[in-house]
Write a protein that binds this ligand. Structure first.
Ligand code: G1P
Length: 290
């Protein structure tokens, strides 16, 4: 039986050049959706998926992420003194929901390079990867990382979350081709990073969530730089696919890519409309705009 998926890696070192000027000094992962930073949604998805240990990969200017998850005893004392019990409980929950560790990626060498920094921490067990700038919501009760862990705990190998995208947009994503072995479950036969539409094996795009076999590290080490001169996780997974199975899971839900300005604004409206405290007033406001 393949081992249980207990660990997750969250790459959050990228510069956020699509979100300048704010991303110069504020990590895009710390931008709020209503009142919670994006990375907290990502960590909560991991925890709701059964993950107990999280490694966040950071770089210069990403220190606020560390502070966000570290205990803040002075703030706890202040909230306790003011009788703000609900806020205190929430603060403590956030600081204790998982064991969270940090490591620096010194130079931006691509997603594959970032994952290599996790090797010592992960060791020899399957692990989840959740891109730190993307919130994924599902229409099922199970978070998508849990759904991927179920696939790997059943079949072994690795698994990625997939979403169908229009043909003309395939060159923005890792695209997976293969055979549908069960509804929404595809056994991969090809995997290409950002192909031209005429070279894409399908229109199924990787959507910010993975569960990877630890064998990926060996393949990352021998994979040459790919698209953009960077070490691409997709290329190493395509190499791994020749010795272990790779499944793609088409999930029912939405991907909110916060590095993208329009998606960021839409995500704030999406999550705002789910919040009892502001939804009625927000709905009224939106009506005045159309
Ligand atoms: C990365 C991956 C790509 C994937 C995308 C969205 O690209 O390299 O395969 O489809 O995330 O999850 P990026 O958006 O960092 O260019």
């Amino acid at each position: 039986m393949p081992p249980r998926v207990r660990k997750a890696v969250i790459p959050a070192a990228g510069y956020g050049t699509r979100f300048l000027p704010v991303a110069k000094a504020v990590p895009k992962e710390m931008l709020p959706l209503v009142d919670k930073p994006v990375i907290q949604y990502v960590v909560e998805e991991a925890v709701a998926s059964g993950i107990e240990d999280i490694l966040i990969i950071i770089s210069r200017s990403k220190r606020p992420i560390e502070e966000h998850f570290h205990p803040a005893f002075d703030l706890e004392t202040e909230l306790a003194a003011k009788g703000r019990d609900a806020d205190l409980v929430e603060l403590r929950r956030m600081q204790t929901m998982a064991r969270i560790h940090f490591i620096w990626q010194p130079k931006m060498g691509g997603l594959g390079d970032a994952i290599l920094y996790a090797q010592d921490h992960v060791g020899n067990e399957p692990f989840a990867v959740l891109l730190g700038d993307t919130v994924v919501t599902t229409n099922d009760a199970k978070p998508v990382t849990r759904q991927l862990a179920d696939v790997v705990e059943t079949y072994g190998g690795s698994a990625v979350a997939l979403q169908q995208v229009p043909r003309e947009k395939v060159s923005r994503y890792g695209i997976l081709g293969g055979d549908e072995i069960a509804p929404d479950l595809i056994r991969a036969t090809s995997f290409v990073e950002k192909p031209k539409p005429e070279e894409a094996p399908s229109n199924l795009a990787v959507s910010a969530r993975y569960v990877l076999s630890p064998r990926i590290f060996d393949h990352l080490r021998k994979t040459p730089p790919g698209k953009g001169g960077e070490l691409q996780l997709t290329d190493a997974m395509a190499s791994l696919m020749r010795e272990e199975t790779l499944h793609g899971l088409r999930y029912d839900g939405a991907r909110h890519d916060i590095g993208n300005k329009l998606d960021f604004i839409k995500a704030n409206i999406h999550f705002g409309l789910q919040r009892d405290d502001i939804a009625p007033a927000l709905r009224e406001y939106l009506k005045t705009l159309v």
